[in-house]
Design a protein around this ligand. Structure first.
Ligand SMILES: NC(=O)c1ccc[n+]([C@@H]2O[C@H](COP(=O)([O-])OP(=O)(O)OC[C@H]3O[C@@H](n4cnc5c(N)ncnc54)[C@H](O)[C@@H]3O)[C@@H](O)[C@H]2O)c1
Length: 294
């Protein structure tokens, strides 16, 4: 067994693709108490329906709330603690895309919307999760324990993006928001490690979910064909990485930005040829976080 049956999972964006896959995988890996937060109720209902098929014994608490509203988040989170008594695995997954635009052309409303969900939303949750986890007693080791594996008081995983590590043209707001979340992840990892709470992030490349618009798919198709796998990731593959970072199997990992597949490809090609492989995205070429060439 990978996770504790006594553990409680909390997943934001649980009605969306990655959030739903994560909830279902928590159940397959032994968790029976789960809460899912989303702004859209129909998606949450569908997650609840599928969860019943995967694990009839699982209890799922659907929470409809807007992550940008601190009061709504506080109320929702308190409901989880009241119902289940603790939160052991927290996945701050909900996020939105941004319109393709040069910074000078971007609207103030887009700044507020994208940073509101992707940054403020994570911040609103993470501070409550840290407060709760730091004061709860650690769960007993999974399956009686394996020598060397150290249980924690809680594990937080932020669903970031390869655009938290790198940049691409005309999507500064999204890129900025995902860089912000890695800053929060790393700082909280340092501040809470000795309190027994781990904080990590996954940084996927492009995933086959509704967040990737038809327009984005068309623009990106030639680049995706050149990635190591030659295809998009699917939500399940991201969920599997999230579960690993929640589990005792990653007990010495905190502050990690786990790039899922694409980073290596981008880094290599951008450094070697300055982005000429990305002809479809010219005239602007992709730039790595560091402009140093190897
Ligand atoms: N799809 C990709 O290509 C891709 C790539 C890298 C990273 N990501 C990240 O993965 C995460 C999950 O994305 P997904 O692809 O599953 O998208 P999705 O659109 O399927 O799911 C996102 C969920 O977040 C919810 N949400 C949006 N705004 C909210 C708010 N204010 N309050 C509460 N819930 C809200 C939506 O209702 C939706 O259910 C996001 O953080 C995204 O940035 C996605």
């Amino acid at each position: 067994m990978l996770l504790s049956p006594e553990g409680v999972a909390f997943v934001t964006g649980a009605g969306g693709a990655v959030g739903r896959a994560t909830v279902l995988q928590f159940a397959r890996d032994g968790v029976v108490k789960m809460a899912g937060l989303d702004i859209a109720e129909p998606g949450l209902q569908e997650t609840a329906r599928l969860l019943k098929e995967v694990s009839p014994a699982a209890r799922f608490l659907p929470l409809v709330a807007d992550l940008t509203d601190g009061d709504q988040v506080r109320k929702a989170f308190q409901t989880v603690v009241d119902q289940f008594g603790r939160v052991d695995y927290a996945v701050n997954n909900a996020g939105i895309g941004a319109p393709h635009a040069l910074t000078a052309d971007a609207a103030d409303a887009d700044f507020d919307r994208v940073l509101g969900v992707n940054v403020r939303g994570v911040w609103n949750c993470e501070r409550l999760e840290l407060e709760q986890m730091a004061k709860q007693t650690p769960l007993p080791p999974v399956g009686g324990g394996v020598p060397g594996r150290v249980p924690s008081r809680g594990a937080i995983v932020n669903v970031d993006s390869v655009l938290g590590l790198l940049a691409m043209p005309k999507i500064a707001l999204y890129t900025m928001s995902k860089h912000c979340v890695l800053g929060l992840t790393k700082t909280d990892a340092l501040d809470y490690a000795r309190l027994g709470v781990r904080v990590n992030a996954v940084c996927p490349g492009f995933i086959d979910t509704p967040l990737l618009t038809e327009e984005a798919r068309n623009v990106l198709a030639p680049s995706i064909a050149k990635t190591a796998m030659g295809r998009l990731a699917n939500a399940q593959e991201i969920a599997d990485a999230i579960i690993y970072l929640c589990s005792e199997r990653s007990s010495y990992m905190t502050g990690v930005s786990l790039a899922i597949n694409v980073l290596r490809f981008f880094t290599l090609h951008m450094n070697r040829d300055g982005g000429r492989h990305f002809d479809d995205l010219r005239p602007a070429s992709w730039i790595p976080f560091s402009s140093r060439r190897v």
